[in-house]
Design a protein around this ligand. Structure first.
Ligand code: NAP
Ligand code: GDD
Length: 336
């Protein structure tokens, strides 16, 4: 009999890649979608007829209890969150409700109606914040620098607590930044790749960014969802850092993205204070040794390949929509 996976946040970047991965493994995939006046299903449109989409919300415990009871999942992946760090400074309480307490509600629903199911919590390198050591590993103390990071620390420790207190097979995946052509437009990598494509097509003249010196350990989302699944197949539940082990500055991402289309990044990029944060995470660099040794996981896509893939996808979409290149060059392989 095939296994059933229940995914919250299925309409997000990771939800769409994880759903693809689990369908490939023969799972029945149940995805929780929250009610909206206009549903945001673009990232899973291509999978629609293979998914069971059900209505529920991390803010509503009764919906979680009902759905876990009705669908009897073997594995539960909690990917839903208010996930944009900048917004968490403007909406700290909403972020706490969804990103922090939301995980607790789901764990509690699981404990009550489906305690034998395996649980994955989408934890974050943002928990390391003002880093206490480099590289960061599972044992590195947390020092979050945003309401989002604080909420994720709470959700992380609740996951550990439900494992220790109730024997639930609960894992916390401490994932470093991961990106893709499906990344939200507000995150820096996609903002860059999309604006570069728009500059090539003459739809925009400037790329305005905040802190160009912030460093991140950036990987490809399609690689990272394999680690989520692998954690729930291990003999024992544990916490895992998932990262590439390389760090790059925002400026380097920019440089490579403009290089891809034959333009000089400095000619088109400026700094705007609006994009700075009240407290910044200056440097993230993960040590994925545990995930490699125990799960056999390693990333497949390199940093330059990731940048190229994102720029190409954004340019391709604009050319397909009828826009034309007015400057720079179109990378080989981009059809339009
Ligand atoms: P994302 O694209 O922002 O997706 C977030 C998802 O959460 C969306 O499906 C959203 O639904 C859903 N959601 C928001 N509020 C909800 C609520 N009240 N009830 C139910 N669903 C709700 O995020 P992502 O990049 O895929 O990341 C997935 C998870 O990993 C998040 O928890 C994020 O914090 C965490 N994480 C991400 C990274 C990264 O680099 N991407 C790194 C570490 C950890 P709508 O479509 O309806 O808005
Ligand atoms: N978004 C954005 N926009 N960030 C900018 C900009 C800009 O114009 N200019 C500079 N940055 C810097 C930010 O200050 C930050 O240091 C870095 O680029 C990355 O910002 P984001 O792409 O917004 O991601 P994040 O690192 O804050 O958070 C992402 O990764 C976390 C894992 O570490 C999100 O996906 C979180 O949900 C995730 O947990």
């Amino acid at each position: 009999m095939s296994k059933t996976a229940f995914i919250t946040g299925i309409t997000g970047q990771d939800g769409s890649y994880l759903a693809e991965h689990l369908l490939e493994q023969g799972y029945r995939v149940v995805g929780m979608v929250r009610r909206a006046s206009t549903p945001s299903l673009e990232r899973i449109e291509h999978l629609r007829d293979r998914l069971d989409l059900v209505e529920g919300d991390l803010l509503d415990t009764s919906s979680l209890v009902r759905l876990l009871g009705e669908h009897e999942p073997d594995e539960v992946y909690n990917l839903a969150a208010q996930s944009f760090v900048k917004t968490s400074f403007h909406e700290p309480l909403n972020t706490g409700q969804v990103t922090g307490l939301g995980a607790a509600r789901l764990l509690e629903a699981l404990r009550l109606v489906r305690p034998g199911a395996r649980f994955y919590q989408a934890s974050s390198s943002e928990m390391f914040g003002k880093v206490r050591e480099t590289p960061q590993r599972e044992t590195t103390p947390f020092h979050p620098r945003s309401p989002y990071g604080v909420a994720k620390v709470y959700a992380h420790w609740m996951t550990v607590n439900y494992r220790e207190a109730y024997g639930i097979f609960a894992c916390s995946g401490i994932l470093f930044n991961h990106e893709s052509p499906r990344r939200g437009l507000e995150f820096v990598t996609r903002k860059i790749s999309n604006t570069v494509a728009r500059i090539v097509c003459g739809l925009e003249d400037r790329l305005l960014l905040g802190n160009l010196e912030a460093r991140r350990d950036w990987g490809f989302a399609g690689d990272y969802v394999r680690a989520m699944h692998a954690m729930l197949q291990a003999e024992e539940p544990d916490d895992y850092v998932v990262a590439t082990g390389e760090t790059h500055a925002v400026r380097e991402f920019c440089e490579l993205a403009f290089d891809r289309v034959g333009l000089d990044w400095q000619e088109f990029t400026g700094v705007d204070e609006r994009y700075y944060r009240p407290a910044e995470v200056d440097l993230l660099l993960g040590d994925p040794t545990r995930a490699r040794e125990r799960l056999g996981w390693k990333p497949r896509l390199s940093f330059p390949e990731l940048v190229g893939m994102m720029v190409d996808a954004d340019l391709d979409a604009l050319l397909r929509a009828g826009h034309h290149a007015v400057r720079g060059r179109i990378p080989a392989g981009v059809q339009g």
